[in-house]
Design a protein around this ligand. Structure first.
Ligand SMILES: [Ca+2]
Length: 139
């Protein structure tokens, strides 16, 4: 979703990604990574966390509010999985490249995921806490 490209450009992750708990792919983070452009190709508004106004990813448009990005009733962008639920993501807060493992069943064994960024889907049951059907970037 453009977080690695963002890191390459700014040498850090957006503040929304640095959180002790997973964040959802909606609202400000999407505006930061994917600014809206006017017809002339200029950003309509320079995002606070993206002062160069770079477009870091082009999400597919959602169909029936599934598998892509759409704007909700409050005109906030939402990026959803094939079952219509926003993805969850979390970035490493420092150079150690480890992220707290959100999988409660795995946590006693592997409390940390050794990577710089994780993203996961709640799966067909749309519940992020049930891991048997969740789809995780790190395995
Ligand atoms: Ca689930």
């Amino acid at each position: 979703m453009g977080l690695k490209a963002y890191h390459e450009e700014y040498n850090r992750f957006p503040s929304e990604a640095i959180s002790p708990t997973p964040s959802q792919t909606r609202g400000k983070i999407l505006k930061t990574l994917h600014p809206e452009y006017d017809a002339a190709g200029h950003p309509k508004k320079i995002p606070e966390g993206n002062p160069r106004g770079i477009n870091f990813f082009d999400p597919p448009a959602a169909k029936n509010k599934m598998s892509g990005m759409y704007y909700d009733d409050k005109n906030e962008p939402v990026l959803v999985d094939p079952w219509g639920t926003p993805f969850y993501f979390m970035a490493s807060p420092d150079e150690r490249k480890e992220v707290p493992n959100p999988d409660l069943q795995e946590r006693p064994r592997d409390p940390k995921v050794q990577t710089d960024i994780i993203i996961y889907s709640a799966g067909p049951d749309r519940n992020p806490d049930t891991w048997r059907d969740n789809i995780a970037s790190w395995r």
